[in-house]
Design a protein around this ligand. Structure first.
Ligand code: PEP
Ligand code: MG
Length: 281
């Protein structure tokens, strides 16, 4: 259906300075040209932490906060996106949002960029929900955006105090992570804001059914997993998943959710059972 997460920073991890508009255009052009008429969710540069280029070595800032300190770099990226995204259904995604002003300041910068790129359509603007505090202020954020995207990789590590790069999967099915998602989906619904999951959890057979049951609208997964996850979704029914996710929300920890989800994961991964089998389980 389109692209749910274009990580623009990955093209610049060896950069010696903030990317120029021309450098952005060189990378965005060939990708966005393939998305005519489709959703193109382009995330603003998410430098910092595990994605720190040499010129930012030692920075303690991340995501949108780094970018907002460099208004020229933000403006250059926005102009390049608006130009390259002509003909797509453009969504601009803001990484590591922690306060409402992150969104309002980016929106002001988008307005300025639109003046510089006259034929560009106004894009939808979305906030990544990947720091627990963003979920806590979901109502205030929902009043300012057109969509939310759950970054379950970071949301899980920050909620659980774990390092996402440590060996072994971080349990994004922990009830404490699921409750952040449930709270945010409820706020989004109150404001008619669409919700998407773009973290790895969207293609995990143990978590994806819970995300659907919690009411998220869209899943974004790695290209190689699209057909498998689409098949899983078609074999599930929402009523059962809603009940299942309520059970998971009431669990005391990740172990209990693992036990709850074991049969579902096995049935999905086996690729054998039809939807009847899943509904009975
Ligand atoms: C996430 O945190 O889940 C996410 C999608 O962003 P990234 O993996 O690029 O940090
Ligand atoms: Mg992230």
């Amino acid at each position: 259906d389109g692209v749910g997460l274009l990580r623009t920073e990955l093209a610049f991890l060896d950069s010696t300075g903030w990317p120029t508009e021309a450098e952005h255009a060189r990378h965005l052009g060939p990708v966005l040209a393939l998305l005519h008429g489709r959703i193109a969710t382009v995330r603003l540069l998410d430098f910092g932490a595990d994605k720190t280029p040499p010129f930012l070595a030692g920075t303690t800032q991340r995501g949108v906060h780094l970018l907002l300190q460099q208004p020229g770099a933000l403006a250059a990226q926005l102009r390049a996106i608006l130009r390259a995204a002509t003909g797509t259904r453009l969504r601009i995604l803001i990484p590591m949002v922690t306060e409402v002003s992150d969104v309002t300041r980016v929106r002001a910068a988008v307005r300025e960029a639109l003046e510089a790129v006259p034929r560009a359509e106004p894009p939808q603007l979305g906030a990544m929900i990947e720091v627990p505090v963003a979920a806590a202020i979901a109502d205030q954020l929902a009043a300012e955006v057109e969509f939310f995207s759950f970054g379950t990789n970071d949301l899980t590590q920050y909620q659980l105090g774990l390092d996402r790069n440590r060996p072994g999967a971080a349990p994004s099915y922990h009830p404490g992570v699921l409750s952040l998602i449930a709270h945010t989906v409820a706020a989004a619904r109150r404001h008619q804001v669409a919700t998407e999951v773009c973290g790895e959890a969207a293609s995990d057979a143990q978590v994806m059914p819970l995300l659907v049951g919690l009411g998220v609208d869209e899943l974004s997964v790695g290209a190689a997993r699209v057909s498998r996850v689409r098949d899983w979704v078609r074999r599930l029914d929402y009523g059962s998943l809603e009940r299942l996710s309520n059970q998971a929300l009431g669990a005391g920890g990740p172990g209990a959710v693992e036990a709850l989800m074991g049969p579902w994961r096995r049935l999905l991964e086996s690729g054998e059972a039809g939807s009847q089998g899943l509904q009975r389980s």
